[in-house]
Design a protein around this ligand. Structure first.
Ligand SMILES: [Fe+2]
Ligand SMILES: [Fe+2]
Length: 497
């Protein structure tokens, strides 16, 4: 990573320059001092915009016209197929669903779908935990020789060859899913597509088709009509997560032939503009996404996501403090990381209170079970580059923006409070980066730089969707052009290669 040796984060400076650039690029944004009639009548004394140099947020996007509803697909999931609407609202098949109704080439006694999680250590991936997600058939305890059966299973798992990384969001742990099949005393691992085709034989059941598309990186749906027989095979309705915003999907109708050839028959963008993209700060290794609740109102959902991510930042900073101490970092860095953890506790309380006020469902952050021993300097540097130098730096900028533009008084003052702390957290991230940079060799430094660049690219993609009108006005989230301008300001000033 190329670091600016005397860099000091100046969010206000960045914000001022990005605002100028962004508004110049956005023709739909009202100009002037923000007191146009439409806005002025809507702003009560309680929600009056702060007195600053920024114009108000852009007007809400127009509702879709009737003409759009006749298009082959629309952006909310009602893809039309042969004149009928496609249902993308059905549940994604659970692991147990995937094992139900299979018609394999040969019968089996026991089948298990397993997942092994990996963590990054010294530039490579090593297994951190392995669990059975679902199983069907007779377990070893039902056999004549359970000990031999268990030994065969253990040997098969130990021999598990090469991890297959599915197409998932960049911050999650890499993981490998595979099948373990037992026929009598013979145990086999199905870990590649070729293995799976040989296990399934002819694709001659809906479950066969669903399992195959899952292996190809799609999430098949298990609704009433989500899989149907067609001449020569099946059609499967499936989703695939779009990188990198969690809970944003593309939908597909997939054609699966009896020979196992999977092709996309149609595709639809299922992006939910109400989801917004919360970027509040540092995430701990292995953080699982918030599940959310069906029908959550957009602003309530965004606040609950913020509360979730703020809570997740607490252990992230606690671990950073411990790891900095373990590697002999300057005491000032350790103390700042500890202070940041305390800040995040305050942020969590702040957003938890707001979430309750908005009737949002609160969820405690859940992380995959990963080894908490201090990681290598390179692993720390990569996480710091992604979570701190990129995300917290941008998060600080975003919070300051929201502190100036949110029309909801509570959210505006919360954003202002958070912005001050997040700017300090961003400063800490860059200070950690400077310290660790001097301890890495050229190759490791290059890998850190690559990770940082990838995180910027992911953020750019995540911000490409304009949030809903409610999020722009109430929470002050920028629309896509303004978000891009903020990001460009960061990229120019901080992340320039
Ligand atoms: Fe933070
Ligand atoms: Fe925070």
């Amino acid at each position: 990573m190329r670091l600016r040796p005397f860099f000091t984060l100046t969010v206000s400076t960045l914000l001022a320059s990005s605002a100028t650039a962004g508004f110049a690029a956005c023709s739909s944004t009202p100009s002037g001092d923000g007191t146009d009639a439409a806005t002025a009548t809507e702003v009560s004394s309680d929600t009056a915009r702060a007195d600053n140099e920024l114009p108000p947020p852009p007007p809400p996007p127009p509702p879709p016209s009737d003409a759009q509803s006749d298009a082959p697909v629309d952006a909310r999931g009602d893809a039309r197929r042969d004149g009928g609407p496609e249902d993308f609202t059905a549940q994604v098949c659970s692991p147990a669903d995937l094992l139900t109704g299979l018609a394999p080439a040969q019968p089996f006694d026991y089948l298990e779908l397993r997942e092994t999680l990996y963590q990054s250590i010294d530039g490579g991936f090593v297994p951190s935990s392995s669990t059975a997600l679902a199983s069907t058939g007779a377990p070893c305890s039902a056999t004549a020789d359970p000990a031999a059966c268990n030994a065969a299973l253990a040997a098969a798992l130990a021999a598990f060859p090469t991890p297959i990384f599915p197409d998932v969001g960049g911050f999650r742990l890499p993981n490998a899913r595979y099948l373990v099949v037992r026929r009598g005393g013979n145990v086999q691992v199905v870990a590649t597509r070729a293995d799976l085709l040989s296990f399934l034989g002819k694709i001659d059941s809906p479950a066969d088709a669903r399992l195959l598309v899952r292996a190809d990186g799609y999430q098949p749906l298990c609704g009433k009509d989500s899989t149907r027989a067609v001449p020569g095979g099946y059609e499967v309705v499936a989703k695939r997560e779009k990188q990198p915003c969690i809970n944003q999907y593309e939908g597909f109708v997939l054609s699966v032939t009896e020979a196992g050839v999977v092709t996309q028959k149609s595709r639809v963008d299922l992006t939910d503009p109400d989801a917004g993209c919360a970027v509040p700060g540092r995430r701990p290794e292995g953080l699982l996404p918030r599940k959310g609740a069906p029908g959550e109102e957009a602003v309530a959902r965004w606040i609950a996501t913020m509360a979730h991510l703020e809570a997740a930042s607490v252990p992230a900073f606690e671990r950073l403090a411990l790891e900095l101490g373990a590697h002999g970092a300057p005491l000032s860095l350790v103390r700042e990381a500890e202070r940041a953890a305390q800040d995040e506790i305050r942020h969590t309380r702040l957003f938890t209170g707001l979430a309750s006020k908005h009737g949002a469902r609160l969820e405690a952050p859940v992380c995959a079970d990963v080894d908490q021993a201090p990681r290598s300097l390179e692993a720390i540097a990569i996480e710091n580059a992604v979570e701190g130098c990129v995300r917290e730096t941008f998060g600080a900028l975003l919070a300051e923006w929201q502190g100036r533009t949110a029309l909801d008084g509570d959210l505006r003052s919360a954003s202002r409070e958070v912005a001050v702390d997040e700017a300090r957290h961003a400063e800490l991230a860059w200070a950690v980066a400077r310290w660790v940079d001097g301890l890495l060799d050229d190759e490791a430094r290059a890998r850190v730089s690559l990770a940082r660049d990838a995180a910027v690219d992911e953020l750019r993609l995540a911000l490409a969707e304009t949030p809903s009108a409610a999020l722009i006005t109430s929470a002050g989230l920028p629309d896509a052009p303004h978000a891009r301008a903020l990001l460009d300001a960061c990229a120019t000033a901080l992340w320039a290669a």
